[in-house]
Design a protein around this ligand. Structure first.
Ligand code: NIG
Ligand code: FE
Length: 402
């Protein structure tokens, strides 16, 4: 299933409802790329003459769909934050924990005393967990460094991951994730540091594809975001930002102003934001794992799709608000909590996820000439069963190529 006749740039509104399904299909892969697919009865025998090392698999009863394109993660981090998890259980909010110096600053302290090699090892383990869960392309952010030295350390870890991972990796520079302790009373000073020192260094070393800012109440203002995105764009870093998780922050508008590839979170979104997004090339990315874990309202994605927007889904895998690699669970949350159909959720997590990290041309669809990146399920009665049975391990095999 999931065979498109030609590459789709991105799907918006009603287009997200359909996934072209082929029952009783054949699928031929050569050199890591989709060579052909179609109905078994139309299979041209000469196409599968093969060579001595050709592998033939019978997938009767199983589903094959594009591997997930997880366009928003923070998988390079040190330690974990389950003490805060217990604080949350006792009633503290994400913002209250951050205000006490916990949260992102807690992860920054741990990262500071962790070596590049150790960060690389633990992050690669998480990346492999993502792949086992069906992810075939991933975006990874910095943002637990919060100093020039430690942000560069994180980005170098991501560069090594790019080189060695079995899947495509995109790197996002997120120094503007929180104000570090030494700038708590000098916010503009930290923004100056990012603009004048970090961005030129990061771009100079070619360490990032994108620039990110946590534009939200209690974090970075629209004016600060504007300055950093303007500088990032000047240095060739396309914005892809955190916006409107905690409030109607103005993050959507400033993201679209700089032609952001995506604006992510969007738990708070009104008509003005939807109108701005509809007329833009910016993907609206929802992260239901964070809303689930933090007990926050879910992004109103149903309304956004009904309003004609293009929506992507990502895991937000991170130690503070979404400690989970599972895109399968993201699909379940999208359907159960956000009322997306299973097909809409699949499109959001594959083709639109790929577009949300600039990989739309090669990933996220089963189409001739695109990367052979698939999830093969165990036998299932329908595709909907995959996210309906939300704790059942239904992945038989993941095939990835980059
Ligand atoms: O996307 N909202 C900001 N950043 C992350 C959380 C990071 C953390 O708490 O460590 C997010 O949810
Ligand atoms: Fe995030």
């Amino acid at each position: 299933m999931g065979g498109y006749s030609s590459p789709v740039v991105r799907l918006k509104g009603k287009q997200m409802a359909a996934v072209p399904e082929i029952e009783n299909a054949y699928l031929i892969v050569e050199d890591g790329v989709v060579k052909d697919f179609g109905k078994m009865e139309d299979l041209d025998a000469s196409l599968c003459a093969g060579t001595a090392d050709t592998v033939v698999e019978d997938l009767t009863g199983k589903y094959v769909f594009p591997a997930f394109a997880d366009s928003h993660t923070h998988i390079v981090y040190a330690g974990s934050r389950e003490t805060e998890y217990e604080d949350k259980i006792r009633g503290l909010s994400y913002v209250e924990i951050a205000k006490r110096g916990g949260g992102i600053l807690n992860s920054a302290d741990l990262l500071h005393v962790t070596s590049e090699d150790e960060l690389y090892e633990t992050a690669m383990k998480r990346l492999h967990m993502c792949v086992e869960g069906g992810t075939g392309a991933i975006e990874i952010k910095s943002g637990y460094g919060l100093s020039t030295e430690d942000e560069l350390k994180m980005l170098r870890v991501i560069r090594r991951m790019k080189e060695n991972a079995p899947i495509a990796v995109k790197s996002n520079f997120l120094a503007a994730h929180a104000f570090p302790r030494n700038y708590l009373d000098n916010h503009e000073g930290y923004v100056d540091l990012i603009v004048n020192e970090m961005i030129p260094l990061v771009a100079g070393e070619g360490l990032a594809d994108f620039i990110d800012v946590f534009c939200d109440e209690g974090f970075f203002t629209v004016e600060q975001t504007d300055r950093m995105l303007e500088a990032g764009c000047r240095y060739g870093l396309r914005p892809k930002i955190h916006a409107n998780e905690l409030a109607l922050s103005g993050g959507v508008q400033v993201g679209v102003k700089y032609n952001a590839l995506s604006v992510d979170h969007l738990e708070h979104i009104g008509q003005a934001e939807r109108d701005v997004l509809r007329d833009s090339e910016t993907m609206a990315t929802a992260l239901p794992g964070a809303a689930f874990f933090l007990g926050m309202p879910y992004s109103p994605v149903r309304e956004m799709i009904d309003d004609g927007l293009a929506v992507a889904l990502a895991s937000d895998f991170n130690p503070g608000s979404s400690p989970s690699a599972s895109m399968k669970f993201v699909l379940s949350l999208a359907s159960i909590k956000m009322k997306l159909t299973p097909f809409e959720a699949l499109n959001a997590a594959t083709v639109n996820g790929a577009c949300a990290m600039g990989l739309g041309g090669e990933y996220g669809q089963i189409v001739r000439g695109k990367k052979a990146n698939f999830v093969i399920t165990k036998p299932m009665s329908s595709f909907a069963y995959f996210s309906y049975a939300y704790t059942e391990n239904l992945i038989d095999k993941v095939i990835v190529n980059k």
